[in-house]
Design a protein around this ligand. Sequence first.
Ligand SMILES: Cc1ncc(COP(=O)(O)O)c(C=O)c1O
Length: 459
Amino acid sequence: MGEKKIEKIKEWDKNYHIHTFANEKTYQPIVVDKTEGNYFFTSDGKKYLDFSSQLVCVNLGNSNEKIIAKVTDALKRYGFLWDKYATEYRSLASQKIIEEIPGVNRWAGKVKFFSSGSETIEAAVSLAKLIKNKTRLLIKEYDFHGWTSEALKCTSIKYFGSLKDIGTNEIVELPSDDSYVTIPSPLCWRCKFGKCYPACKENGVLHCIKETEKIINEAGAGTIAAYLGETVSGFGMVIPPEEYLPQLRNLLNKYDILWINDEVQTGFGRLGKWFAYDLYDGIYPDIMCIGKGLVNSVIPCGAIVVSKEIAKTLESKIWYLGSTFSGHPAAMAAAVATIEYMIENEIVEKACRKGEYLRSKMEKLAEKYQPNIAVSGYGFYMQLELLQYKTDTRSINVNNAYSPAKAIMDGCYQRGLVLGGLLPYSIRLAPALTVTTEEIDQAVGVLDDVLKSIFEEGK
Ligand SMILES: Cc1ncc(COP(=O)(O)O)c(C=O)c1O
């Protein structure tokens, strides 16, 4: 791209586009020329290894020829057809999700497509409310569910969707109401009840589960339609102890509350399993929300997957819900190609093995810089915690105080490595599942250099 064109791109982008999480006055556009596999190239000729898969969504990296070919075929063959018409790609995508993704047919009956993860949250929540004829929801601390109205209300981190005045730092948050009942997060290493895992268990039951039961009873179990939660909270990488989900599932069964499992980010191999619920034996959701990795993010798409029981309930009803772009032929082709590619190339199994390799390298870093850092996570969903900052309560630094995580991420970016995360004291590593061991070595090498400059040289 010539200099003049680049300047115009920057000018029009800065002047006419509303940017995400950005101070419009100081915002500087990063113009990307192209992407290739796990890399992107900026207009100033620099190359970046994307260890964040953009928004933890390009699970197979960019430029996947099989996906591009199927999407192109769908566009040539169908262009656009709305939901009323069945296409080969939609029928194949549905069949593959229910029958071919390992384990899904143990519990799931049907799937319905939407255009984003947030839309799947809207649909899942409204379906649960309709089925149960109840209006309230259980949500969990630190879980994130998206950008649309219901999805934001179900997100207990009030920073999302808020509006901050740059001059006064005053923040206006969206109003919520008592339809959303928040349960504690199983954030064991910073337990809000001052307990220690596993000593927190009484008769085998986790203290946070006991507290959750109290909350359900205080709110009135009979008013609650569903619990909406992430199994592993992506925002703060909260990894529950092994007892948590089975015990929560028991509680939901006991009080006849549906479980909506938000796998928009954790689904499609991110944790070295097809879905986060696969980390547990015999625990299945009633409704599951998926997106991002479903189509390798080449086209906006999401879906809800419902249990056999809910699918049966729907057989005797008409659900008056749909959208223009539900089941868009190009998105369906992307889903078919993504799932086929993942199964044929054993992407999930390989991600599990390569994730172990990344973890072993990260643990060596933790050892080298102890007691400053710790590592947690599964598969390619790895978190680096900066331990010396004891004040971390999983809150976002809205007032732009010094953020060591940002300083480390900036240092890596200058050296061509992109990492992610919003918290001031933790960094997320979430490369594409197709990342090579050489790329893992390269990324950990860069991170090591930056950590050295911060912890050893005090720069
Ligand atoms: C867990 C989770 N749920 C829902 C969403 C919303 O998905 P989308 O951005 O596609 O609307 C996201 C997006 O980051 C997410 O991480």
